[in-house]
Design a protein around this ligand. Structure first.
Ligand SMILES: [Zn+2]
Length: 288
């Protein structure tokens, strides 16, 4: 296990995609052996919490896609379908304090009109112009959504299917288009749940905490604006079954899910090596 840890640590200094691939492959190789952690109830509850989190994201997909697609359609109506004619790439956005507006270093006429419309929907200072491809704004609605997801998102996130639960929660909180559609406290509560799960120092969740986490997720998904979507209703059903699900009946499936959890953590840790060092110690304790 030591080589896994040290290789993972070294990998974190390499490119983002290579790191995730490497960590996942190494982890899968490691889990080819039977391990005692599957007999630890609170570890299995941590995995269940992660499974519920994934279901929660699946319950938010259609709602978020609808809101962003409608926004994109509106902007196409306002600005037309023209795309940027400049070879300049990537483009750089700067905030002009004098005019209190965002500026892009492209004089094509298309980029700036789209930028003004997108920037007008910033609800917080949590946004990222690095995540988005300006040239694709008139072409792909999800490039608008990515602006509101903050730094450090998976660069392979090109559409809703590639987006994790954290990304949807960031989008809902940081984009003005979602204001008043859901009870904000419920969204933020699930965001805290997500952080508690992914930042768990010992990869464990108690029975009481698991119940609380599942309740908060279903509470959000049962908001009227979400319940009109079959995906949200289905997610509630699935989350309600998770507590009673026996994870030890299918070890292979559990290991697959572990890989998903670890991949998410590696993605996050790539942006915060200090946090990674704490996980590294925890991983050593767990797997020694
Ligand atoms: Zn342009």
């Amino acid at each position: 296990m030591g080589s896994y840890i040290s290789t993972l640590g070294t990998g974190l200094y390499q490119s983002y995609t290579a790191t995730v691939t490497q960590a996942t492959l190494l982890y899968q190789r490691y889990t080819a052996r039977p391990v005692a952690r599957f007999r630890r109830p609170d570890y299995l509850k941590w995995l269940k919490a992660g499974m519920a989190l994934k279901c929660c994201g699946e319950g938010l997909v259609d709602f978020c896609t609808d809101v962003i697609t409608t926004f994109h359609t509106t902007l196409i109506t306002q600005h037309g379908p023209a795309v940027c004619s400049s070879p300049l790439n990537p483009k750089k956005m700067t905030y002009d304090r004098g005019s209190k507006s965002w500026r892009v270093n492209c004089a094509c006429g298309v980029c700036d009109t789209w930028l003004q419309s997108i920037a007008s929907e910033l609800a917080t200072n949590q946004y990222s112009w690095k995540n988005t491809d300006v040239n694709e704004w008139p072409l792909h609605p999800w490039q608008l959504a990515k602006v509101f997801m903050g730094d450090g998102k998976d660069p392979t996130n090109h559409d809703p299917a590639d987006t994790d639960t954290a990304g949807f929660l960031q989008l809902i909180i940081n984009c003005q288009l979602f204001a008043n559609r859901l009870v904000e406290a419920k969204v933020k509560s699930v965001r805290e749940v997500r952080n508690d799960i992914l930042h768990s120092p010992n990869f464990e969740v108690t029975s009481a905490d698991l119940t609380t986490y599942l309740d908060k997720m279903t509470d959000l998904l049962q908001e009227p604006a979400l319940q009109q979507y079959a995906s949200a209703r289905r997610a509630v059903d699935e989350i309600n079954k998770i507590d009673a699900t026996s994870l030890d009946v299918n070890v292979a499936a559990v290991r697959d899910h572990e890989s998903i959890m670890y991949k998410q953590m590696v993605v996050e840790q790539t942006t915060n090596l200090k946090v990674f060092r704490r996980y590294k110690q925890t991983l050593i304790v767990i797997y020694q």
